[in-house]
Design a protein around this ligand. Structure first.
Ligand SMILES: Cc1cc2nc3c(=O)[nH]c(=O)nc-3n(C[C@H](O)[C@H](O)[C@H](O)COP(=O)(O)O)c2cc1C
Length: 238
């Protein structure tokens, strides 16, 4: 399951349209913040010329993957903040199917895998770049998130994808074990780690606003810098 927010910049010489507004809300089940596009009439009332040019220059997609399924997750908030700093021409998609993935087994990995796995792989395939953020559990990756990564290894879906992570840990060791493990596992996926975009950015729960986005301007600025480095490194990055 994925939720998508768009930020489109109409390419010249298309007459300027107001940018779609964006709102950030907590998903109804409260598990993950979800991103919704703003006024939908912009999509339906768009002039034909605008529509056709947009289809020649479709928005690039940043897939956000949180390693936490808990309500009020700091990691998910860091990713939601990343979505709110997207450059023009990009849209963000928050992956929210982590809890629905079956335990990885090669025996299940036939015909593309079970439905949740097909959805995961499609979301990755359609993404131009991926941004992760994960807590550390017992010194390493949460099992659920490692499981997600395992589903990507027997498939070439991650090969060459630009990826990076935000590490919002405030713990003394800054969750070093989990991000070292993430680096190790990503090497097996053949993803391309964009080092300049990987960021340690401590986030306190009190810095998360009611809309699920970090309010602190310095944290937002730093996360925005990470997003810019990642999106600029994508093949059709802007
Ligand atoms: C079972 C359990 C194990 C944890 N192990 C670690 C750990 O090894 N290192 C650490 O820095 N934090 C550890 N934590 C703390 C979480 O990583 C921390 O609460 C994190 O902010 C959770 O992220 P979230 O808000 O996105 O879910 C652990 C928490 C739990 C519940």
């Amino acid at each position: 399951m994925v939720t998508t927010a768009r930020r489109r910049t109409p390419p010249d010489p298309v007459p300027a349209l107001p940018a779609p507004g964006r709102e950030l809300a907590t998903a109804r089940d409260g598990r993950l913040p979800s991103l919704r596009t703003g006024p939908t009439q912009l999509d339906t009332a768009r002039p034909a010329a605008y529509t056709s040019i947009m289809s020649v220059h479709p928005a690039s997609t940043l897939l956000l993957v949180s390693g936490s399924v808990r309500r009020g997750s700091v990691n998910s908030a860091a990713l939601a903040t990343a979505a709110s700093t997207l450059p023009g021409g990009w849209q963000a998609t928050m992956y929210s199917g982590l809890a629905d993935l079956p335990h990885f087994s090669p025996d299940l990995d036939t015909d593309g895998g079970p439905r949740p796995v097909l959805d995961l792989r499609a979301a990755i395939r359609n993404a131009d770049a991926l941004l992760f953020s994960t807590p550390e559990y017992a010194g390493t990756l949460p099992g659920a998130f490692k499981n997600l990564l395992e589903w990507t290894i027997g498939d070439t879906v991650m090969t060459g994808k630009p990826v990076a992570w935000l590490n919002p840990s405030t713990a003394p060791r800054r969750a070093a074990g989990t991000y070292q493990a993430l680096r190790t596992v990503l090497a097996y996926t053949a993803a391309r780690i964009v080092e300049d975009a990987c960021l340690d950015v401590p986030v306190e729960r009190g810095q998360i606003g009611a809309d699920g986005v970090v309010t602190d301007p310095d944290v937002r600025r730093r996360i925005g810098g990470s997003v810019r480095a990642l999106t600029a490194s994508a093949p059709n990055g802007r």
